[in-house]
Design a protein. Structure first.
Length: 462
């Protein structure tokens, strides 16, 4: 009996031990896969020499992931087929993004999968070219990275997109971090001219949207790459790409117009100032008025030359190879500021002549009329010249095909705007001066008429 009870006790203890072991095993977290996948991926990547070898490695890596696997590989990326996946496998940052699809962290997988889907949509669009993923950035506000770096093929303008999947509650909880990132993006835009896009998979709260718009960062919400299961308020990626393409073309057009007008007006101002300097030197007698007059025209000559350089460098950024040249952007910015400073300094010299008695009130206001009339006429003439030049250049270029039409319109518009601004400046100054003279002549006639009436009445009373 004792033996029997002892056997039953041992059997119960064994069953309990097995049950406890089974529970502890079931409760234990799954073993991590990613460290081994990462090691194998990095080793194989160094041996993958061709594009097809890399794509084969990408398929194998995604298929191994805990949260990616074969279904994600086929559903989201179609197995990276060579005919459809037209992104080079050696694109900077692509290998890291693909490797992270095998992460043991679900959120990391989802975020990188969405980034890659956006990349494939941009590259497949035909109007854009992806140049990098998750590339490190650093400016005076600190370090960050660019989720997607791409460029507009026709204009060469570079763009940067940040990809997010944040709920409204998460955005409010991290508003400070988001604002800091947006400031860094805005600083990159000021330094390089690169357009900045902040895209969120979910709705964007008004605070983030308003802050981004104040800093010149474009905000997109509920951006979808698929065409099925779209809900009210969702935005198709194709519609986003169309709007970006349209906006970039318009920006390029406006940049060409403003740059050409600057150059044309600068030529006019520099030419007129040089003629006046030659006259100032010819009649120079060493008086204070002579020095003020030379200072006025010399400052205006510097302003004109600065505007010419600012306009030419601004137009140079329309060449795709130089689209985001920080050096050209910096030269454009500082020469433009120097031109404005030159105009203001010349105005100070003009006021000095008036206060010194070297200019009459009438001469002072005539000078102001011709100066600002020239600027207004230059702007109007430049815009008109751009339209005429674009039409003429496009018509001539069409003889060489569609590409020739685009190139001819671009060259013709630039030449037409420069010539139109120069001619418009000359005409504007001339007619402003004529108008001012007519105003004074009318005043003189009225004064003479009143004097005649006064004298007539005076002598009639005698």
């Amino acid at each position: 009996m004792i033996k029997k009870n002892l056997c039953l006790t041992l059997l119960l203890l064994a069953c309990c031990a097995v049950d406890v072991h089974a529970q502890s095993t079931a409760a234990a977290p799954p073993l991590p896969r990613y460290p081994g996948i990462k090691t194998q991926f990095n080793q194989s990547l160094s041996l993958a020499l061709t594009n097809e070898q890399r794509l084969r490695l990408y398929r194998h890596t995604v298929a191994q992931g805990r949260y990616s696997g074969g279904p994600m590989l086929e559903r989201m990326f179609g197995g990276f087929p060579r005919r459809d996946f037209n992104l080079l496998a050696t694109t900077p940052g692509l290998s890291t993004t693909v490797r992270l699809l095998a992460s043991d962290n679900r959120n990391v997988v989802i975020g990188n999968a969405r980034t890659l889907r956006y990349v494939m949509s941009l590259q497949g669009d035909g109007r854009f070219e992806v140049v990098g993923l998750n590339r490190p950035r650093s400016n005076s506000l600190g370090a960050t990275d660019a989720d997607i770096s791409f460029r507009h093929i026709q204009t060469g303008l570079k763009l940067r997109m940040e990809v997010k999947n944040m709920s409204t509650a998460s955005q409010r909880a991290n508003i400070g971090k988001l604002q800091n990132q947006i400031r860094k993006m805005a600083q990159d835009h000021r330094l390089t001219g690169e357009m900045q896009v902040w895209a969120n998979r979910q709705n964007v709260i008004p605070e983030v949207r308003a802050f981004a718009q104040r800093h010149g960062v474009r905000v997109e919400q509920r951006l979808r790459t698929g065409s099925s299961n779209l809900k009210n308020g969702d935005r198709r990626f194709h519609d986003f790409a169309n709007e970006m393409d349209k906006g970039i073309r318009l920006q390029a057009r406006m940049t060409t117009i403003t740059g050409s007008v600057k150059a044309g007006m600068g030529l006019y101002v520099a030419y007129q100032s040089l003629r006046q300097i030659e006259h100032d030197i010819a009649v120079y007698s060493g008086t204070q008025g002579d020095w003020l007059r030379i200072g006025e025209h010399s400052s205006r000559f510097v302003a004109g030359g600065s505007f010419v350089l600012a306009g030419l460098t601004q137009n140079a950024t329309q060449i795709p190879a130089w689209a985001n040249s920080t050096r050209l952007i910096s030269v454009t910015k500082w020469t433009g500021r120097l031109g404005i400073a030159g105009v203001l300094l010349s105005e100070a010299f003009t006021v000095g002549q008036y206060l010194n008695g070297d200019l009459t009130k009438r001469e002072f206001w005539r000078g102001q009329a011709t100066l600002w009339g020239g600027f207004v006429g230059g702007i109007a003439g430049g815009v008109a010249g751009f339209k005429v030049g674009s039409l003429s250049g496009g018509t001539f270029g069409s003889l060489f095909g569609p590409a020739g039409t685009l190139l001819g319109a671009s060259i013709g518009g630039t030449v037409g705007a420069i010539g139109g601004a120069f001619g418009g400046g000359y005409a504007g100054a001339h007619f402003a001066g004529v108008g001012d003279d007519s105003r004074y002549h009318l005043q003189d006639a009225e004064q003479q008429e009143r004097l005649a009436e006064f004298l007539t009445r005076h002598y009639q009373l005698q």
